[in-house]
Design a binder for this molecule. Structure first.
Ligand SMILES: NC(=O)c1ccc[n+]([C@@H]2O[C@H](COP(=O)([O-])OP(=O)(O)OC[C@H]3O[C@@H](n4cnc5c(N)ncnc54)[C@H](OP(=O)(O)O)[C@@H]3O)[C@@H](O)[C@H]2O)c1
Length: 340
C-alpha cells in the first residue's frame, strides 16, 4: 500500500518539480492530486507518463490524504495548511511561514532526519529556504568533524527563486535590452536584473540585513547547531535556475583542505568536483535537473587558523525546494507512517 499525496501549487515552478521528483524517485503513490488556485482549474501538469488536471485548492477536502506537499506563498499557506493539517494530512511546507515555529520541525534529511518525528504537534514540517538547504548539506559533515564557529557566505541566487514571475522578468527584460521599443515594465525586482546583479533579496530589516540573509542565519542554527555564527550577503543574479554560494568556514579544530575534500566526497547528497584547472568546478547551469549539491574550489583560508573556503552550487528548485520536500516525505514514510 502506498500514499495518497496532494501537491499544492502544482502549476508553479516548485510544484511541477515536486511532481517530476515524486515520479523520478518512484515514491510509492497510490493516488495523487494536483492542486492550484481556481484560475488554473483544469490546467494540465505532468506526473511521469501521466497527465493530471489541476483541481481547485479552495474546495479540496484533505480528509483521507496522507501527505500534502505545499508550494504556494505564505499568505495562501496560512489559509490552507492548517485546514489540511486539521484534516489529518501531514503538510510539508515550502513557504517561510512555519520555519521558525518551535512546534514545527525544519528538516534537511541529510542533516537532521530525526527531526521529522516532531511533526505531530501541528501536523506540519517546514522545508528551509533554498540558500540554506544547499549550504547546510555541506556544513554538517564538516561540523561533525571540526566544529564550525563561524560562516561567512555570499550567495549568487537565480531568478527562479522568485517564482514564475522572476523567470518572466529576466526573460522579458533581456529581450527588451536588445529591442528597446518593447514597452517593458519591471514588476519583481527593484533594479534591472538583466545583465546586472542586485544585492537585495526579500525585505530590509532594521539592522540593515535583508530577510533572506536573516533566514540563512536563523535556519542554519535551527537545523545544524544554534552555536554556529553565520553572516550572509544574498545577491540575485541573472541566471534562470541554480544557486551558487561562496562559503568561508572557521572551525574550532584544525581541518586541512585534503581532509575536508575527503569528508565531503563521502557525505550524503554531495558531489565534489574540484580539479584545479580551467573548468574544473561546477557552475549553476550544470546543476539544473540534478539531485546533488556540488562542491568545488575547496581550499585553505590562510588568513585564519582553522579556515576553509569552498564553492557550493545546487538546483534551487530541487534541493532548495522540491527535492528536499520529497526527501522529507520519504523520511516521514520510513520513520513514522511506514506505508509503501
Ligand atoms: N523557487 C524556489 O527556489 C523556492 C525555494 C524554496 C521555497 N520556495 C517557496 O515555494 C513556494 C512556491 O514557489 P514557486 O517558485 O513554485 O512559485 P510560482 O512558480 O510563482 O508558483 C506559485 C504556485 O502557487 C499557487 N498559488 C498561489 N496563490 C494561490 C492561492 N491563493 N491558492 C492556490 N494556489 C495558489 C499558484 O497557482 P496558480 O498557477 O493557479 O496561480 C502556483 O501553482 C513559495 O512559498 C516560495 O517561497 C521557492
Amino acid at each position: 500500500m502506498g500514499y495518497r499525496i496532494a501537491v499544492v501549487g502544482a502549476t508553479g515552478n516548485v510544484g511541477r518539480e515536486m511532481l517530476n521528483i515524486l515520479a523520478e524517485r518512484e515514491f510509492p503513490v497510490d493516488e495523487i492530486a494536483a492542486l492550484a488556485s481556481r484560475r488554473s482549474l483544469g490546467t494540465e501538469v505532468s506526473f511521469g507518463e501521466r497527465t493530471l488536471k489541476t483541481l481547485d485548492l479552495d474546495t479540496f477536502d484533505f480528509t483521507g490524504w496522507d501527505i500534502a506537499l505545499f508550494a504556494i506563498g505564505s499568505d495562501a499557506t496560512k489559509i490552507y495548511a492548517p485546514k489540511a493539517a486539521k484534516a489529518g494530512c501531514v503538510v510539508i511546507d515550502n513557504s517561510s511561514l512555519y520555519r521558525y515555529d518551535a512546534d514545527v520541525p525544519l528538516v534537511v534529511p541529510e542533516v537532521n532526519p530525526e527531526a521529522v518525528e516532531g511533526y505531530a504537534k501541528k501536523n506540519i514540517i517546514a522545508n528551509p529556504n533554498c540558500s540554506t538547504a544547499q549550504m547546510v548539506v555541506a556544513l554538517k559533515p564538516l561540523h561533525d568533524r571540526a566544529r564550525i564557529k563561524r560562516v561567512v557566505v555570499s550567495t549568487y541566487q537565480s531568478v527562479s527563486g522568485s517564482g514564475k514571475d522572476g523567470i518572466d522578468e529576466l526573460w522579458d527584460q533581456t529581450k527588451a535590452v536588445y529591442n528597446p521599443t518593447d514597452d517593458y515594465q519591471a514588476k519583481v525586482y527593484p533594479k534591472q536584473i538583466a545583465f546586472n546583479v542586485i544585492p537585495h533579496i526579500d525585505v530590509f530589516l532594521e539592522d540593515g540585513q535583508t530577510k533572506e540573509e536573516w533566514k540563512m542565519v536563523a535556519e542554519t542554527k535551527k537545523i545544524v547547531d544554534p552555536k554556529i555564527k553565520v553572516t550572509a550577503t544574498c545577491v540575485r543574479v541573472p541566471v534562470f535556475v541554480g544557486h551558487a554560494e561562496a562559503i568561508n568556514i572557521e572551525f574550532e579544530d584544525h581541518l586541512d583542505e585534503a581532509e575536508a575534500r575527503d569528508i565531503l566526497r563521502e557525505a550524503p547528497g554531495i558531489m565534489v568536483i574540484d580539479k584545479r584547472e580551467d573548468g574544473g568546478y561546477v557552475t549553476p547551469i550544470e546543476c539544473v535537473g540534478d539531485f546533488a549539491t556540488f562542491i568545488s574550489r575547496i581550499r585553505q583560508d590562510p588568513t585564519i587558523d582553522n579556515g576553509i573556503n569552498l564553492w557550493c552550487v545546487s538546483d534551487n528548485l530541487r534541493k532548495g525546494a522540491a527535492l528536499n520536500a520529497v526527501q522529507i516525505a520519504e523520511t516521514l514514510g520510513a520513520r513514522v507512517l511506514k506505508k509503501g
